[in-house]
Design a binder for this molecule. Structure first.
Ligand SMILES: [Fe+2]
Ligand SMILES: [Fe+2]
Length: 255
């Protein structure tokens, strides 16, 4: 048995060109994922209209969806907003669940909110969150592939990953950098997604990942990049678990 996860990030509604959301929806319909994971930054400036666009996008996805917020989903310019409202708009228009999870007999996906703190750029994770996720992972059956979702990658990841890997964290899905990548960090496969549909590109085209997990033995990451007005697979990266450790097998260039 395997599961197909569609990992999209940093949608940044407010900075999405005409037609891009539709192109991503069309790609999703073709891929037919078991779960769509959205790893934060749904909006550009946490405006109501941007959350409404993000909501409309999510409503059109016909698959189970797990969403966590990013730093851009916390209002920046309202001097009181970050303290009083923080994620109020996100909670009202996207989801009130800030610790979402999806669990079946093949895969467990646990979302962690790293955008909740007062640190706007860095993001934070606290000891309680680390412990909570760790106990969730430890309780799972051995055959279930463990996937964690955060918006912020490094810094957040290094400390937390050490704790989580003791309960077998297999994959971390994250965003924020707007750069697609898949590497082993510690004992975990860390998969970063680019900005799926916004103009906030950092030297890379728009992209998203399809992550295929199988029997807790194999993780395959397919990077889809926006080229010639369509999303195309440009790279496939394969990981396998050998002797209890994840190993990167190969990167295949895709013509
Ligand atoms: Fe972002
Ligand atoms: Fe971000």
């Amino acid at each position: 048995m395997s599961r197909v996860l569609l990992h999209v990030s940093d949608l940044h509604f407010g900075r999405v060109p005409e037609g891009m959301a539709g192109a991503l929806l069309a790609a999703a319909r073709e891929i037919r994922p078991d779960v769509v994971v959205v790893s934060g930054d749904l909006t550009q400036r946490a405006r109501v209209v941007e959350f409404e666009q993000a909501r409309a996008f999510l409503d059109q996805l016909e698959f189970p969806t797990l969403v966590i917020p990013g730093n851009h989903d916390v209002p920046l310019y309202n001097p009181y907003g970050r303290f009083i409202q923080r994620l109020a708009r996100y909670r009202r228009l996207i989801t009130d669940d800030l610790t979402p999870s999806y669990i079946d007999d093949e895969v467990a996906i646990v979302g962690v909110n790293t955008a909740r703190s007062l640190t706007w750029k860095g993001g934070r994770i606290n000891a309680r969150q680390v412990a909570q996720v760790r106990s969730e992972l430890c309780e799972l059956p051995a055959a279930v592939t463990r996937v964690i979702v955060t918006h912020h990658p490094y810094g957040v990841a290094r400390l937390a990953l050490r704790a989580w890997s003791s309960c077998g964290a297999d994959v971390l899905l994250c965003g924020h950098l707007h750069i697609a990548a898949a590497e082993i960090l510690g004992r975990t496969v860390v998969v970063n997604a680019g900005t799926a549909i916004s103009t906030r590109m950092r030297g890379q085209e728009n992209s998203f990942n399809v992550v295929k997990v199988e029997k807790r033995e194999s993780v395959k990451v397919e990077q889809y990049v926006w080229r010639e007005k369509t999303f195309q697979i440009t790279e496939k990266i394969a990981f396998a678990k050998m002797g209890g450790e994840w190993r990167k097998l190969a990167t295949y260039e895709h013509e």
